[in-house]
Design a protein around this ligand. Sequence first.
Ligand code: RIB
Ligand code: CA
Length: 323
Amino acid sequence: MKRVIIDTDPGIDDALALFLALRSPEMRVEAITTVAGNASVENCTRNAFRVLELLNPEPRPIVAQGAARPLEREHRGAEEVHGSDGLGELSRYQNPDGSPRYPEPREGPAPTHAADLILELIGRYPGEMSLITLGPLTNVAQALLRDRDTMGKVQQVICMGGAVLVPGNTSPTAEFNIATDPEAARIVFTSGLPLTLIPLDVTERVRISEEALRTWVEPLADPPAQFLLDCTAQVIAFSGKFEGFPGIILHDPLTVGVVIDRSLVKTQPLYVQVETRGEITAGMTVADRRPFRAEGRPNVEVAFEVEADRFLTLFMERLCRRS
Ligand code: RIB
Ligand code: CA
């Protein structure tokens, strides 16, 4: 059983990743920490509770809210993709009696900052905690700035982010999580922590079509299944309109999947730097792949190959597993 902390900005694919983590027996989600990214940090926290109140996992992860904005830059969300609420405009949906299908969550976050909860858990379980990051790295950077020694006791950090040999998504060269807070990413990439990067190079090869999602989920006919259909409708429409593929790219679920089964990807140790000064390239993850002249020792294991079909089977089987 792996003890994990999931630092996340739900976010539709984050919500799917939380479903996978909470429905996988290999994992014990000790905590969910939220960070401003796809939506405001308040909406991200609200959305994390929406998933928890749907799935009611036992034991229940602690939820702590984190950074409301990047270390130095203004926060720019991704509402055009994830909706103004971060979960595909759930307020659109009503029950037959006209009441909201998705009322405000009943619970609120613990009275501790995400960075402090991350430090507390890594300090409590030295060498045991896997830190999975699905959003900008602001909370992780703040934890490092507060107590680098304790952070060094983390077993591994698995980070969804970056674009190494492929174009970016939020800009020609940069992936959203890194580009939202390049200064935080630079702190994490230079920290010496045992870091594995799950970049667009592999995540964009893991997609689920609208048809496949419906085929798997519709027969379940329970509230979690209805949630999966409702919260994904907007991103499916977006991807159909702008990317020619009505479906979902499973960036964050694959990142969780790698902690469940590391053999799903093949990685390569590389020296990767984060561009923070570029006017056009800010947030770019620059890997030195020169065979004989690479500067700097490898600081990241970068995933370049993925067994996409095997992951999709695992993902859908877990997604549809009743709690
Ligand atoms: O670039 C994809 C990443 O940015 C995913 O984590 C998605 O949820 C957004 O946070
Ligand atoms: Ca995310």
